[in-house]
Design a protein around this ligand. Structure first.
Ligand SMILES: NC(=O)c1ccc[n+]([C@@H]2O[C@H](COP(=O)([O-])OP(=O)(O)OC[C@H]3O[C@@H](n4cnc5c(N)ncnc54)[C@H](OP(=O)(O)O)[C@@H]3O)[C@@H](O)[C@H]2O)c1
Length: 308
């Protein structure tokens, strides 16, 4: 069986910052016996409606969340990342954001890697992004003092006025990041949730307290650099007994139910907010993707491919 399908593909290997011309939209028949290893369709987490299924318990009309690709129709095979969306009480977009990979990453990284205590001073980078905006909210719910850094005044205002960060600053206005962090954390940082790496990580290490914890979630400032920026002081990490841990959310699938229950409860009580930035149509995927590297998005960047 085949269905018509449009999808976004990479024209060539991206070296450095991506631009829209690196990506193209193609049309092809989607075979339910997909070509193995063709590697030309870009994988992305998302939600979709089942149109045909031979997987037990998944029927036509069900909604699923999984890695579904930047395309109109996807073949997915099931596995530990696939889950059926049982509740229709939240917008579907939440299942690709706050109740999906972003929320789960924020929850795992903050609660299970950074291990917060009430009163901890928490710093979050890329704090208006999909993960960062949720880390800050989990931190506030855990009774922590929370400051985020972002790339514009509009995002600073959003963090402080809409989602309850104690403070925020625009890193682009700060010629000296170490001094900026010293100003925002005169008593030092206990937890740094790192989404950006590079010079911000170096500045954060310099401002950490003894026994501080750094959860390394992402390194977006280094994804497009062939030369790594920022070198933190390793002697400082020894003197201050800092724990620095990189993590991958896929290693924590066993706590997905714990995350979902906690976050659904927060949503029911109105204690957490999903920040979403939705563009329309497959054609908007290249610009949406490139925009992530320029800070165009606020919150979870999503593309609505098909209207339902
Ligand atoms: N470890 C895991 O398992 C896991 C899982 C999911 C995601 N991640 C990683 O976690 C990080 C956050 O993901 P996300 O989905 O929240 O990201 P996102 O929503 O895509 O946010 C990206 C934001 O990063 C900021 N940014 C872009 N380039 C930057 C630079 N050079 N320096 C500083 N900030 C920059 C921009 O905001 P500003 O306007 O503030 O600059 C941009 O809006 C990413 O690095 C991602 O790869 C890790």
């Amino acid at each position: 069986m085949e269905v018509g399908n449009r999808y976004v593909s990479l024209k060539k290997y991206i070296n450095g910052a991506p631009c829209e011309s690196d990506l193209e939209i193609k049309t092809a028949a989607l075979s339910l016996e997909p070509r193995k290893g063709s590697g030309d369709i870009i994988d992305a987490p998302g939600v979709g409606e089942v149109v045909a299924s031979d997987i037990a318990d998944y029927n036509k009309g069900d909604w699923v969340a999984d890695h579904i690709g930047w395309q109109e129709y996807s073949v997915i095979h099931g596995g530990e990342t696939m889950r059926k969306i049982e509740t229709k009480e939240f917008p579907l977009s939440h299942h690709a954001g706050i109740l999906g990979l972003s929320g789960f990453t924020a929850y795992v990284g903050f609660h299970h890697v950074c291990k917060p205590k009430k009163g901890d001073r928490v710093f979050v980078s890329a704090a208006a992004g999909s993960v960062g905006s949720l880390v800050g909210q989990y931190a506030k719910l855990a009774g922590c003092y929370t400051v985020g850094c972002v790339g514009s005044k509009k995002k600073v205002d959003m963090l402080k006025d809409k989602i309850g960060f104690d403070d925020a600053f625009n890193y682009r206005d700060e010629p000296d990041l170490k001094a900026a962090l010293k100003r925002h954390f005169p008593d030092g940082i206990d937890i740094y949730f790192d989404n950006v790496g590079g010079e911000m990580l170096e500045a954060a290490v310099a401002n950490m307290n003894c026994f501080g914890r750094i959860g390394i979630c992402g390194a977006i400032s280094d994804y497009t650099n062939s030369i790594r920026t920022g070198t933190f002081d390793t002697v400082d990490t020894i003197d201050k007994r800092i724990t620095i841990q990189g993590f991958l959310v896929v290693d924590y699938v066993h706590i997905y139910k714990e995350f979902l229950k906690a976050t659904v409860d927060y949503l029911h009580r109105g204690e957490i907010h999903a920040v979403e930035d939705i563009s329309q149509g497959l054609e908007s995927v290249p610009a949406a993707f490139v925009g992530l590297f320029h800070g165009d998005n606020t919150g979870r960047k999503l593309v609505q491919v098909i209207h339902h």
